[in-house]
Design a protein around this ligand. Structure first.
Ligand SMILES: Nc1ncnc2c1ncn2[C@@H]1O[C@H](COP(=O)(O)OP(=O)(O)OP(=O)(O)O)[C@@H](O)[C@H]1O
Ligand SMILES: [Mg+2]
Length: 113
């Protein structure tokens, strides 16, 4: 099982979600509004916000946990539809997931995703 965590531009969210939901069997997505900075900090970003004297850019975080076979499809969709080619497009991180527990049924592992 893999967790795909992606930081993307807020205005790309609807398109990315629209394309992700076309993946057959996509089990779910968590979306959060976040702020952060990358290597280039927020210096030249037109959308920067200043919070406690630190410059951040607003972004959206997506978290998706899927079976291994679905991970590449999820990554490829996010990379394609979140892309503008400009500085600050964000990143996609892929992590191994050791265990999933479905709270309602106490199922474990892939069946719980
Ligand atoms: N290594 C990282 N760890 C955690 N979050 C990151 C990391 N790199 C980028 N981010 C997140 O992604 C957002 C966008 O980063 P950004 O795409 O500007 O990264 P960058 O490395 O500066 O790339 P670019 O050269 O395109 O600007 C940041 O505001 C931050 O929230
Ligand atoms: Mg940057």
């Amino acid at each position: 099982m893999k967790e795909i965590k992606a930081i993307i531009r807020p205005f790309k969210l609807l398109e990315v979600i629209d394309e992700l939901t076309k993946i057959e069997g996509l089990p779910g997505v968590t979306v959060s509004e976040i702020k952060g900075f990358g290597k280039s900090r927020a210096k030249n970003a037109s959308d920067k916000i200043i919070y406690d004297m630190i410059e951040f850019i607003p972004r959206v975080k997506l978290e998706v946990v899927v079976i291994d076979d679905m991970a590449d499809d999820v990554v490829n969709v996010i990379q394609k539809y979140a892309h503008t080619g400009n500085t600050g497009d964000g990143k996609i991180f892929v992590c191994e997931v050791k265990e999933v527990v479905k709270i309602r049924t106490n199922e474990r592992g892939e069946g719980a995703i």
